[in-house]
Design a protein around this ligand. Structure first.
Ligand code: S3P
Length: 178
């Protein structure tokens, strides 16, 4: 009998909510590997996303996200996948795996970034955080969309990435590493 493939875990949510950190904690907890859609894009185009936005505009970036989504469906399994904050909008994201929305209030997300020692760098890296008021509007617009495509929502506010990873495993019934 063929071994049943284990589904990917796909982390979605707003910029700075901790998708990458949680993916790494989940990788450690489950013995899986973690990959990130922004990293995949940067490796393909050999440039930073910030430069891509500046030189070719957001639509070029969104097209690459759709290409990555198709590649993930075809080629990746049993993996933890962290995504860019707008990746949820690719068609049929649920075909990639179990989609987990990491939620925190936008004020808390932005305050955490601003208070971080590398806060300025983190903001500079993300073109859509350049205007914080616009970022809040974007969050409000996206919130119902994040929720509607997720299999599971986890409130991450005030929790460590390790605690969030534990909660995801428990809720999805995912086996931890021995
Ligand atoms: C974006 C989020 C970023 C990155 C790009 C666009 C978005 O990723 O994909 O700057 O549309 O929210 P992070 O969520 O990892 O910051």
């Amino acid at each position: 009998m063929q071994k049943k493939k284990k589904q990917n875990i796909v982390l979605i949510g707003f910029m700075g909510v901790g998708k990458g950190r949680t993916a790494r904690a989940l990788a450690e907890l489950t013995g899986r590997f973690a990959i990130d859609t922004d990293d995949l894009i940067e490796s393909r185009i050999k440039m930073k996303i910030r430069s891509l936005f500046a030189e070719q505009g957001e639509p070029a970036f969104r097209k690459l996200e759709r290409t990555v989504a198709g590649w993930l469906v075809e080629n990746v399994q049993e993996t933890v996948i962290s995504t860019g904050g707008g990746f949820f909008a690719v068609p049929k994201i649920r075909k990639i795996g179990k989609v987990v929305y990491l939620h925190a209030e936008v004020e808390s997300i932005l305050a955490t970034i601003q208070q971080h020692p590398d806060g300025a760098k983190k903001i500079k890296k993300r073109p859509l955080l350049a205007d914080l008021e616009k970022a809040k509007e974007l969050f409000a617009k996206r919130l119902p969309l994040y929720r509607s495509c997720a299999h599971l929502e986890i409130d991450v506010q005030g929790k460590s990435a390790e605690a969030v990873a534990e909660e995801i495993c428990l809720q999805l019934g995912i086996q931890k590493r021995d």
